[in-house]
Write a protein that binds this ligand. Structure first.
Ligand code: ADP
Ligand code: MG
Length: 356
């Protein structure tokens, strides 16, 4: 991406911590990322992979050992926190308990010496934006968890940052509230056109929210792309396994196709076209919804498990040592039974070569 088109550009940022036990943790290992102006970026990865550390480096709460961070082309990694036009919403909300909702929102604006009458308008506007109009005189303790989260959001948005950082902002909410807040956050991002960078370890949340998803593993970004692309074309076994469910098969690839042990020849057109360059022994990933199992008395595999997951039928089959999972909508399908023999086929263009 052209650096001028990115709101935020992170270049080769490295951060190592010394642990109290005398060890070293490479929290960020040469991380580079470009985030487009006005987009919704999600940083996804398992716990401890460095997501919070990257947000803290962007916000200025932590300083990188090396590398650069620029906001609209201007370096910010050596700027004090208060000068960066970046705001953070923390998982813990971090509201001031002794202040009212309105005072919480006004506080940062007062620090910036914004005139009182403008502060009043901005407080009202931001409360309205998060659907909390009329609750300005409450204390945080008089609000539900979800409402407190909205106050934290309103407070961050009132300052009109160029970039809003959100560190697992929904993880304390129950599932139903969380779904509601996910679409709410998407709406706020669209309406304000502020660049949002949201951290989560929840792959469903990342897929639902991000324009782009950056997948982290052990201090590195291993893949960046649109949710659909990352889901359908994982570049590594890690991404394939971390996002959704994946079948990872090993085989030998030549011009005719992929020969998988115990499954036989998978024709070339079952593979995604741009895997043309690969040959020899490879790993491929295929999503369960692209695998179909037909009941077949001379089939190579045997059904080992049938279950219903979210309206789908999920079937596991075993062909000698290779286990494979298929998932199809359960409506109108005659379900196979455990022990049935099945033959396995794959949807066209559905297998993608992954690094080990
Ligand atoms: P995430 O947010 O992805 O769960 P973090 O960025 O919080 O991960 O942490 C990345 C790694 O750095 C973890 O192993 C964590 O224990 C370590 N770490 C984070 N902050 C510190 C610190 N201040 N001192 C020592 N280790 C830290
Ligand atoms: Mg974290």
């Amino acid at each position: 991406m052209d650096a001028s088109a990115s709101a935020l550009s992170v270049r080769d940022v490295t951060k190592t911590f010394h642990t109290p036990e005398g060890g070293l943790v490479h929290a960020l290992d040469s991380v580079s990322l470009d985030i487009a102006e006005g987009s919704f970026m999600v940083l996804l990865g398992p716990s401890g992979c460095g997501k919070t550390t990257l947000l803290r480096c962007i916000a200025g709460l932590e300083s990188p050992d090396s590398g650069q961070i620029a906001l609209r082309g201007q370096r910010i990694d050596d700027m004090p926190v208060w000068r960066r036009r970046v705001n953070t919403v923390f998982q813990s909300y971090a509201l001031f308990p002794h202040m009212t909702v309105a005072q919480n929102i006004a506080f940062g604006l007062q620090m910036d010496k914004v005139p009182g009458d403008i502060i009043k308008v901005k407080v009202e506007e931001s409360l309205d934006m998060v659907h909390l109009s009329g609750l300005g005189s409450r204390k945080p303790s008089q609000l539900s968890g979800g409402q407190q989260q909205r106050v934290a959001l309103a407070r961050a948005l009132a300052k009109e940052p160029e970039v809003l950082l959100l560190d697992e902002p929904l993880s304390a909410l129950d599932l139903k509230l969380r779904r509601g807040m996910q679409s709410e956050l998407k709406r706020l991002q669209r309406e304000t056109s502020i660049t949002f960078v949201l951290v989560t370890h929840d792959q469903d949340e990342a897929m639902a929210m991000g324009d782009q998803v950056a997948v982290f593993n052990a201090g590195r970004i291993v893949q960046v792309g649109e949710p659909r692309e990352v889901y359908l074309r994982p570049r590594s076994r890690f991404v394939a396994d971390f996002i959704g469910e994946a079948n990872v098969l090993t085989g030998v690839l030549d011009t005719f196709g992929l020969v998988v042990e115990s499954l036989g020849l998978v024709p070339r057109d079952r593979l995604i076209a741009d895997t043309d360059a690969a040959s020899g022994r490879v790993h491929v990933a295929v999503r369960p919804e692209n695998v179909s199992l037909q009941i077949d008395p001379v089939g190579t595999a045997k059904v080992t498990d049938v279950s219903y997951v979210g309206g789908d039928m999920r079937v596991e089959a075993l062909a000698s040592a290779v286990s494979i999972v298929s998932r199809v909508p359960s409506q109108g399908v005659q379900p196979p039974r455990i022990g049935d023999r099945v033959s396995i086929s794959f949807a066209e263009g559905s297998l993608t070569v992954v690094a080990d």
